[in-house]
Design a protein around this ligand. Structure first.
Ligand code: COA
Length: 386
């Protein structure tokens, strides 16, 4: 494959659709086969057998760890959870109504200013920063949540898993084993996903040889947009608006008549069932039963049935966002924290991608298709008429 093409021969692709922007061994998103694979392991296998910590190792090292290697990483993730007291103070002075993604970005930017290794760009230092950021991002997210609720910061514990500790810092009490496991699987499912917009944005930043903190700030900012990370929020808001199982059919009929997009359906790559969605659907069902509250799940299942009947042939199926909102809600996570939680998981994939890209770095510098005039005469300002 040629590494470059001349302008005259280059094809324009709006939104870079269909353009291969990098080589990677980290994940395969198979849109027609409905498969997601991390470093050779199908997502179902990882969801069933692995942990978020092990998936972090897999992505950062491109292979499964030995027992001692996983123990070492687990120890590092646990002992790097704390954030500086000044950062806790800073978070507790953020505007209360700030978007949580803005809070995350600002806090990671602050950490970048305090980390003595920020500007050290060798692979070992970058891996250490990846571990630190992954460990601390969940503490930052929980801290901002506690602050907004008018509650005290809950410092991290070192005896809980990454998933368990996050729920503990959010709620101030230790979660049960089932909630911890389900949240752990959510983190695994969201850790990595091909050349999505935020991953691409992070790679553009790291390709300039800016530091890893800057690349992750770019990723967070890009994930914020509703076309990327924000769809699961919209799904919960839609379920709230529909309100009851009886209202599903009339609400959808109206949405179809007004050509409204139904959130949590369709995907740029998956043209069949998103493999992450079936896993989340099962957990949404389990949690609904546990809480003896089936309404959202039943509404979701009915919406799914009607949507697949209508749009399945066009390749529109439920995506990862459709059931994740129901799962998060039962885990006590407020709607506007769904996207930050995505970042809590995806920071592993963003950092892994950046480490991988730096192995064979090439500055991203696409072309554009200039469509303006050329050689205009300069008219002095006093002589311009329009
Ligand atoms: N609701 C209703 N119709 C939808 C739809 C949805 N969520 N997603 C796609 N369609 C329709 C399109 O309008 C199009 O109809 P047409 O053939 O009459 O023009 C057809 O299905 C095929 O759409 P497609 O071109 O495959 O979608 P896309 O690649 O342009 O868009 C998304 C992909 C994700 C942007 C789009 O599906 C969407 O906006 N979904 C809702 C938001 C969401 O859940 N995002 C999270 C993605 S993980």
């Amino acid at each position: 494959m040629p590494e470059a093409v001349k302008t005259a021969e280059a094809e324009f692709s709006k939104g870079l659709e269909g353009v291969i922007a990098a080589r990677s061994v980290l994940s395969l998103v198979d849109g027609t086969g409905g498969r997601l694979i991390y470093c050779g392991y199908p997502i179902q296998t990882l969801a069933q057998n692995s942990t978020f910590e092990e998936v972090c190792y897999l992505l950062w090292h491109k292979r499964m760890p030995l027992k001692t290697e996983l123990e070492e990483l687990d120890h590092l993730l646990k002992t790097n959870r704390e954030i500086p007291g000044e950062l806790v103070d800073l978070i507790y002075h953020f505007p209360r109504r700030a978007h949580p993604m803005d809070a995350l970005r600002t806090a990671i930017g602050y950490l970048g200013m305090t980390d003595p290794e920020t500007e050290t760009m060798n692979p070992e230092a970058n891996l250490r920063k990846a571990i630190r950021m992954t460990a601390k991002l969940s503490t930052i997210t929980a801290a901002f949540h506690r602050y907004r609720e008018g509650k005290e910061f809950v410092p991290p514990r070192t005896d809980l898993s990454h998933a368990g500790n996050f729920l503990y810092m959010m709620h101030g009490k230790q979660p049960d084993a089932e909630d911890t496991h389900i949240f752990d699987v959510c983190l695994i499912l969201h850790a990595e996903h091909g050349m999505n917009a935020s991953t691409f944005a992070s790679l553009v930043t790291i390709s300039t040889l800016a530091d890893l903190y800057s690349a992750i700030v770019t990723g967070i900012d890009t994930l914020k947009g509703p076309l990327h990370g924000g769809a699961n929020e919209q799904v919960m808001r839609m379920l709230q608006e529909i309100g009851s199982i009886e209202n599903v059919e009339p609400w959808l009929a109206n949405a179809f008549a007004t050509k409204k997009k139904i959130m949590g359906f369709g995907h740029r790559v998956y043209k069949t069932y998103d493999p992450r969605c079936s896993i989340l659907k099962e957990y949404a069902r389990r949690l609904s039963e546990k809480h003896n509250s089936m309404t959202w799940f039943e509404m979701g299942s009915l919406i799914e049935k009607i949507m697949i009947e209508r749009y399945g042939q066009k390749g529109v199926y439920p995506n990862v966002d459709f059931y994740s909102g129901i799962v998060y809600s039962f885990l006590g996570i407020p709607i506007d924290l769904f996207t930050p939680i995505f970042a809590v998981a995806r920071v592993s994939g963003w950092t892994a991608r950046c480490l991988e890209y730096l192995e064979d770095n090439r500055l991203f510098r696409p072309l554009d298709l200039y469509q303006g005039p050329e050689n205009l005469d300069y008219v002095p300002i006093e002589k311009r008429t329009s």
